[in-house]
Design a binder for this molecule. Structure first.
Ligand code: GL7
Length: 826
């Protein structure tokens, strides 16, 4: 069996939606039936939450046949499937998306109204699952949506955490407060727990020799139970599977301990097992070296590999696993699932009796690795002792892989000191990125610049030794969720402009809007959509955050995780300098361009400077928003708990987007794509996918500032002294002094001393060095904004030229460059 990738463009736009499978009346009856037989309430008793569950189950039922057919075609056909192994899937709310993809939106709206509810209230009743930290987890969700929409057979494999990313609030001092996200408090209608397809995952113990064979005798095991989520493709009639594992104990209870009245001890084994899928680690772009984290990684990867064998070789005791890489190709989403490489080796050798070389051939063909970072500190490195304790057999295998690797490098004539640098196993540590690079067929970065830097810097030795392994796939976002659902006004206008809605599955068609940017009437309609979105966001902000926002101001947004390299500090220093200029009367009331600045950002709970930055933003916000001198001119809001729902509401309302990371630090970014596709202009650096966005939308439609990667490197090499920049730009000096002198801390000069000290003495990501060019470009931004027609023309050109950033296109690139497979036959 080989993949049947035909080498053609994988567009599925020819497939039209099935004729509406039900009428609104029928759908209303299906909801009533669910209310009656599974919710056990009458339509009169039903609340919005009941109707949400009932409607969700009704939609799920509609997808069942297509799901079965997709599974059958996947297993019986000859198209290789994709297994996307990811510790995070940040799905967002499911109902609206499932309705859209199943072609049931209109029936739902009418049915729900017939039951006496507002569709929006039903959709809002869903609790957003937060099983991811940020871009990496959301990317996984976009990718599986696109694979299903393209008709490519695929499995997402991950963990059903009991607690997702923490909920963020702020205390009265503006400090971040984290509370647990118990998202499963109420009935969750999407995931189906399948106790009959469980897998056993073992840990610890020792390796012994029996009859010349290594045998792992684990000390303890947990039961991995899959929870299946349906992933419906948009108009593709295909439904893929997202299988998230939950950990259960085999020993519910220790009766002996219980009988001795040691009740807590009695449930210890259960607690230990179930802890594995208890909580998502809230770290983003940093590595966590915790035992539990390694347990999580091994847990879901081991279960997933065994599951794939079960699926593709049903009932076979002695399957021919040399065909495994033709059945499924596994993508390792960052280093988190890389333990899958030694695990597949172990399965093949220990469980199925293959020899080392055969096993290695299968393994290397099966895996590919995506690197999502440039920060060396984010590449996972595990202490060998920890792996040895938790997975002794795997450590042996890793050592042997490393020996083979070093031999191979020697044969290639690689110098000894280079080999030394490249070792996968160093004697006391295991470098997961290196293991992934050697153990798979392809390695990719997530934007052109990033992939280049991987080859030139982060993985240079590897790229020198294995140049053919390296490739790029620029990230993308799904237009279904991030344009159609998030921005219905713009979607309708695009469809009107293009005369078709086919753009939703072929986003390059947006190019057809380019000529319309010359049509003033169309541009005005586009401007009206943006204004309407701003108006809606004002209501959303009032309802969710209790704040008053003036819709006749420039909506300027910076939403993403809080991290020094992303440089929220740079933005808040600019805001402070603008505030200072207003206070001093340096800009007149006529001159000033009224702005509302929105921040949204969660900081990792242990990340001190990031949390202090949040506190600063909150307190700057308090001072500015309460200062009558700047009322109507400048407002700042730090919105709590940035999540997918907020993104879907705020991005369409934003006019100016901030992508201001230090060049060479943001691997790609995907928010930048969402903003451009929703008609915001970007102020940004030449970093990550900003580079490609600017190329596509045109340099004249992008506000570029700051140092390039080369300039950053040079400045480091020459010795960077942030204090010099502080002295040189009075705007910057003023802003930092206001922070230092207690203006935003009731006179307390110590409150932000650690931040100020960091800026003036370290400033690792050179915010100060980029401040002047950032402040200077504001004049251009303000000038353009004063000409609404020109601003909106450029914004429209951003939309028209950003079709490349569809995750459908990303998937096509993966199919062509890495996976070598394609859609199922119709
Ligand atoms: C990230 C990158 O930081 C981000 O730039 C990229 O867009 C995303 C998806 O490729 O991956 N890497 C990472 O560790 N996190 C990211 O968001 C958490």
């Amino acid at each position: 069996k080989t993949g049947n990738y035909p080498g053609r463009k994988v567009r599925m736009t020819e497939i039209t939606a099935p004729k509406s499978p039900v009428t609104a009346e029928q759908f209303a009856d299906e909801i009533r039936e669910q209310l009656k037989y599974t919710q056990n309430v009458t339509p009169e008793q039903a609340t919005a939450a009941d109707v949400y569950v009932a409607a969700s189950k009704a939609v799920r039922n509609h997808l069942a046949d297509a799901w079965f057919k997709t599974q059958a075609d996947t297993v019986n056909g000859d198209t290789k499937a994709v297994g996307y192994l990811s510790a995070e899937f940040l799905m967002g709310k499911q109902l609206e998306n499932a309705l859209l993809n199943a072609g049931l939106t209109e029936q739902f709206d009418a049915a729900v109204e017939a039951l006496g509810f507002q569709p929006k209230d039903i959709v809002d009743a869903e609790y957003e699952p937060g099983l991811g930290n940020g871009g990496l987890g959301r990317l996984a969700a976009c990718f599986i949506d696109s694979l299903a929409s393209l008709g490519v057979p695929a499995f997402g494999y991950g963990i059903q955490y009991k607690y997702g990313i923490f909920k963020q609030t702020f205390d009265e001092n503006g400090k971040q407060v984290e509370t647990p996200d118990y998202w499963l408090t109420n009935e969750e209608p999407w995931g189906h727990i399948d106790y009959n397809r469980d897998q056993k995952v073992s840990f610890g113990g020792e390796v012994v020799e029996e009859n010349g064979k290594k045998v792992w005798k684990p000390a303890w095991s947990v039961r991995a139970v899959p929870v299946d989520y349906l992933v419906p493709g948009y108009k593709s009639q295909r439904v893929n599977t997202l299988r998230l594992w939950t950990a259960k104990s085999y020993d519910e209870f220790d009766l002996l301990a219980f009988n001795k009245s040691e009740y807590l001890d009695a449930v210890k084994p259960q607690v230990k097992a179930e802890n594995i899928s208890k909580i998502l680690y809230p770290e983003d772009s940093t590595k966590v070296g915790k035992e539990l984290r390694l347990e999580q990684q091994y847990f879901f990867v081991s279960a997933s590999l065994h599951d794939a064998i079960r699926v593709f070789y049903p009932g076979e005791a002695k399957p021919d696993l040399t065909t495994f890489p033709n059945k499924i190709t596994f993508q390792l989403n960052d280093t988190h699932p890389v333990i899958g490489i030694p695990e597949l080796m172990r399965i093949l050798i220990d469980e199925y009796d293959y020899d080392w070389d055969t096993a290695w051939g299968i393994t290397q063909k099966t895996f590919n690795y995506t690197c999502h970072t440039l920060l060396p500190e984010a590449l996972e490195v595990w202490p060998a002792s920890l792996i040895g304790e938790l997975l002794p057999r795997h450590l042996e295998i890793i050592k042997k892989i490393n020996e083979q690797f070093e031999d191979e490098l020697k044969d290639k004539g690689v110098a000894d000191e280079t080999i030394e640098r490249m070792r996968i196993y160093t004697g006391d540590a295991v470098r997961m990125a290196y293991l992934a690079t050697y153990g798979g067929s392809h390695v990719n970065g997530v934007a052109e610049l990033h992939s280049q830097l991987l080859k030139d810097v982060t993985l240079k030795d590897f790229s020198d030794a294995y140049p053919d392994k390296f490739t790029n796939v620029t990230n993308g976002v799904t237009p279904r969720r991030f344009i159609k659902l998030a921005n219905p006004g713009l979607s309708d206008l695009i469809t009107e402009g293009l005369g078709t809605d086919k753009w939703l599955s072929d986003l390059d068609l947006l190019q057809g809007l380019v000529p319309l940017a010359k049509d003033d009437e169309f541009v005005k309609k586009f401007a009206a959509v943006k204004q309407a979105n701003k108006h809606s966001f004002v209501a959303f902000a009032k309802q969710h955050y209790g704040i008053d926002v003036d819709e006749n101001t420039l909506f300027n947004t910076m939403v993403k995780r809080l991290h020094e390299y992303k440089r929220q500090s740079l933005k808040i220093l600019l805001v402070i300098s603008q505030y200072a200029a207003l206070k001093k009367g340096e800009v007149s009331a006529e001159e000033i361009l009224p702005r509302t600045v929105f921040f949204g950002a969660k900081a990792a709970p242990g990340y001190y400077l990031a949390k202090l930055t949040i506190e600063l933003i909150n307190n700057v916000s308090k001072v500015i928003n309460n200062d009558p001198d700047v009322k109507g001119k400048l407002a700042v809001h730090m919105l709590p708990n940035y999540n997918i729902e907020m993104a879907q509401n705020l991005i369409p309302a934003t006019e100016l987007d901030e992508q201001i990371s230090q060049a060479g630090k943001e691997a790609s970014g995907t928010g930048n794509m969402k903003f451009a596709l929703n008609g915001a202009l970007t102020v940004g650096t030449l970093d990550g996918a900003n580079v490609e966005i600017r190329e596509k939308v045109g340099a004249e439609n992008f506000f570029l500032f700051g140092m390039t990667v080369d300039e950053v490197e040079k400045l480091y090499a020459d010795g960077y002294d942030p204090a010099k920049y502080y002295e040189a730009d009075p705007r910057l000096k003023q802003a930092i002094e206001l922070v230092a002198n207690g203006t935003f801390s009731n006179g307390d000069r110590n409150a932000y001393a650690p931040l100020v000290a960091d800026w003036l003495t370290k400033d690792w990501f050179m915010a100060l060095a980029d401040f002047s060019s950032y402040a200077d470009i504001q004049a251009q931004i303000e000038k353009l904004y004063r000409d609404p027609l020109e601003w909106n023309r450029k914004a429209l050109l951003n939309v028209a030229n950003s079709g490349y950033f569809s995750s459908d296109r990303s998937m096509e690139d993966y199919l062509e460059r890495i996976w070598h497979t394609g859609p199922l036959a119709d």
